[in-house]
Design a protein around this ligand. Sequence first.
Ligand SMILES: [Zn+2]
Length: 298
Amino acid sequence: MEKMMVGIDLGATNLRIGLVDESYRVVKFERSLTRELVCDGDTLRALGECIERFLDGLPAPEAVVIGFPAVVSGDHKMVRQSPNIAGFDNINFADGLSSRLKCPVIIERDCNLLLAGEIYARGMEQESVLGFYIGTGYGNALFLNGRFWEGADGAAGEIGHIPLYGVHERCGCGNEGCVESIGSGARLVRHVKETYPGEDVANVFTAHPDDPFLDAFLEVLAIPIATEVNLLNPAHIIIGGGVAAMQGFPREKLEKNVLHHVRRPVPFETLRFLYADDNPQASVLGAAYYARRYIHSA
Ligand SMILES: [Zn+2]
């Protein structure tokens, strides 16, 4: 019988859940709001019920893999700290859900799942690829010489929390001066609320292309990318996330800002910018691909 994977992308706004077959076809897909899950305070139970409802009448999957915008434990069982969604910290979702769902459950950083999907779709399994995901926060995934780099504690790639000189704003992680505090979708939303009350943030790049805040914002977004490119010299970088997918997002300006800081002659001459697939099912496909790699390499 065909082995199905369940991929879940638990973002700050949307929860996406998909059933993916061995040929990487999404055979069932649902989207709901994350806040509906966290409203009663018991997120472990609520997530278990959500997955059971989704799988009602279907055989147990080979595994369930769940991506969180969070630091997760090195054993892929627990969410350690989630700066942009309340209600997930220090919960062992893997053990809590696997007995209930009768299959292995793997917890991973959402960015690694997104990058896994891109690597599969583009056939980059042997390469070095960095993913930068500018959404509510500023996410990052590192795939080096054919493997994800997770760090000693599973906490690598927290590029949204590298410090910037002279910045003192408090970040959701508890530190101050992090990239995310001034370079993230959350900061962009705050700017639109303060400067253009009543306007939809989704239109800010098209409605106000000459806003000097946006120029400075794009310079901030470029710093972590240029820094990591100079450090790791990837073959490709992939830029994604809700902000990068917005109407009129000035890709050329971002690329120019990145290249301004990238070391010459290389990687300046060789760096290739790619943009993530904004298909809403991309994250669950990536989750399934990641899960197969994880299970078969364990
Ligand atoms: Zn931070």
